[in-house]
Design a protein around this ligand. Sequence first.
Ligand code: FMN
Length: 340
Amino acid sequence: MASAAPPVSLPDEATLLRAVQAAVRAPSVYNSQPWRWRVDRKAGIDLFADRDRHLITIDSGGRDLLLSCGAALAHLVVALAGLGLSAQVDRFPDPEDSDHLARVRPTEATPTETQVADLARLAPAILLRRTDRRRFAAAPVDPHLLDTLVTHADRCGADLYVVTGATARTRLIETIARSASLQRQQAGYGAELARWTGRYSAAADGIESSTIAAGIDLPGDVPMRRFTAGRLRQPTHSLEHADASVLMVLSARSDDRLGTLRAGEAVGAVLLAATGMGLATTPLSQPLEVARTRDWVSEHLVGAAVFPQLVIRVGWPDEHAAALPPTLRRGADHVLLRKP
Ligand SMILES: Cc1cc2nc3c(=O)[nH]c(=O)nc-3n(C[C@H](O)[C@H](O)[C@H](O)COP(=O)(O)O)c2cc1C
């Protein structure tokens, strides 16, 4: 007679809520936090897209929204691993509800689950990660660290292309600048940007001005999205040296919502891994939000076999760079859905 399988031990609801609290530290476009969560001890944790927080001008197709939710999903899985839990992830579990992005079933991890231990190592980075829009140090990033980031993306089912060579970098920078100029001419762009940025310091969403560069200071040769009312100063003396940041393009392996969600998970994993290595990062979505510049990235950088989603700038923080404050998030009462 076959022996009965040992009962699966389910974590309590307070533990699941702690994991959700960590997951919402994920980056999101304009800090829009376009997610809703439902927590149930037996069913697990459900992640839904929040269409009310969709940025319809810059993100008409919903790519940034899905990437942001994917990043939050990756943060959730890492947070669960940090709590000693393994997670079974079912993406798009409900064919009748395309906004139901994932159902995550956490169970106690066994000591032999090396994957959980690997993910748990990323957990401390959840509270440390910031979007850093300042000039980075002049020291180059070692290629083996970039290879590790490529491996993290690959494990999530996405591609990370490291832009090498001065010509490719210059042309991508020109493409970012072109996308910014095309967006500024787009009807509604300025209004949407103004609605979500230059927020006062206690705002629980949107981009707060202390994280945006002040005046006309540039962080180096890579153009940042131009937000309003920046108060962030460049590190002392950093304008005297070159910024040795590396640009990378994260791409999906399929041109559909599943591919984009997985790419978002890769965004989360790559940013956490980079933070864990002590690197500073900036996600830059402008060149992929504009069809003409996205086509250029496809054709000239990543190739037709994958689908570019996000540019990520990575580098060593300047030695004089002050620690950035964490950007705020909406409280649990705003993001939690009631059980059905
Ligand atoms: C899909 C996506 C697109 C983003 N695009 C940009 C961008 O174009 N420019 C930028 O400065 N930050 C961008 N960000 C970073 C967000 O503005 C940032 O995550 C948010 O303001 C929260 O701040 P934090 O990352 O420091 O927690 C993007 C983030 C995500 C996930």
